[in-house]
Design a protein around this ligand. Sequence first.
Ligand code: IMP
Length: 425
Amino acid sequence: MSVTIVVGSQWGDEGKGKIVDLISKDADIVARYQGGANAGHTIVINSKQYVLHLIPSGILHPNCICVIGNGVVIDPIALKSEIKMLEENGIDVHNRLFISHKAHLIMPYHKLLDQVREKDAKSYAIGTTGRGIGPAYFDKATRVGIRIVDLLDRKGFEQKLRNNLEEKYNILHKIYGFESFNIDELMEEYLSFDAEIDDLITDTTLYLNNAIQQGKKIIAEGAQGALLDIDHGTYPFVTSSNPTSGGACTGLGIPPTSISNVIGIVKAYTTRVGNGPFPTELNDETGERLRQIGAEFGATTGRPRRCGWLDLVALRYSVMVNGIKDIALTKLDVLDDFDEINVCTSYTYEGRTLKSFPVDIHTLENLKCEYTILKGWKTSLKGVRHWTELPAEVLQYFELIEKFTGAEIKIVSLSPDRADTLIKL
Ligand code: IMP
């Protein structure tokens, strides 16, 4: 059993990129299992910042092989520019990245459909990233999607593209007045993309299962967060895939029996981008303070993130659904200067205490959070290198989180830099 899954435990942007980068230095393979270029992982190494959307952050370790699994939806433009950016920085990609031939492609009409639907939805808009994620998974589920493997058969690809363009034209032209895409240009664009990444495409399911048999150390990396999961998140305000740990098995084609651990990345407070319920959201000065200190602006869209206190009711639910044993607590330093730190430890709705994380949006939007108030540590954690140097107030914060969720805090991140990380031995 050699697979460790790394999941975002809240609504995404917990800082997975940094933690995956950190633990992948000892890994043989890092494999991404869902989502697309809607994700944005920011990693800082020696003050140089890398933003990755599709390629796992393990690529920054020369000995690590990276995989983009079948569960990911691939935007050729985003992938090509990421490969280019890495190569310009002297990072070898062509011998170290494998892409599943079963992965679906994002087409230009997916992005257009995503954007026009959002505009049309008005008050029901999800606040998507506009990267075509929902429409690409829609095509996958309705069995008209175009997969990487389809690019190998020019005739078959052309037919599938023609069928799709016809169907999408009916929506895009008749409803929104758009002109159709030029099939020849699209064919040319996607076939030249195929030629560029030809040596990267492989049967990653077979590759990963062989690696498991050989006892290789594998990290399965999710994007977004558990509360954005299409099944277990705050539906319909979710993404269109399964960021929860179960998604690693389907998104990579690996068996549940190969999983040895699930690490949950938890931000020391909570953020959310896009619309949807957010029980601990702070629409006040404190929320603005968290946003400014934590630089809470989206890595993909630049949107200001909504900010609030840590929500342990939601986190306990996430720990349960994902089977999280170990927590990596990120951005703890953002709380350095707060006199008091609030933590939501109970939800009440219409005077009743709720026993579990509610499923319906109405309850989620109208419940009241009850807070446990802890004393802040009021000291900079900058430069702290050992667990034993952490102030007593920080340890009390940890104790509350661990007691409430049943998971153990094993890693603490104190800045975006690799060096500012504590590991509990
Ligand atoms: P989509 O994934 O672009 O369809 O967007 C659906 C929802 O997920 C929106 O609320 C997005 O803001 C959110 N979302 C998508 N990707 C991320 C991410 O990487 N971090 C945080 N939120 C995300």
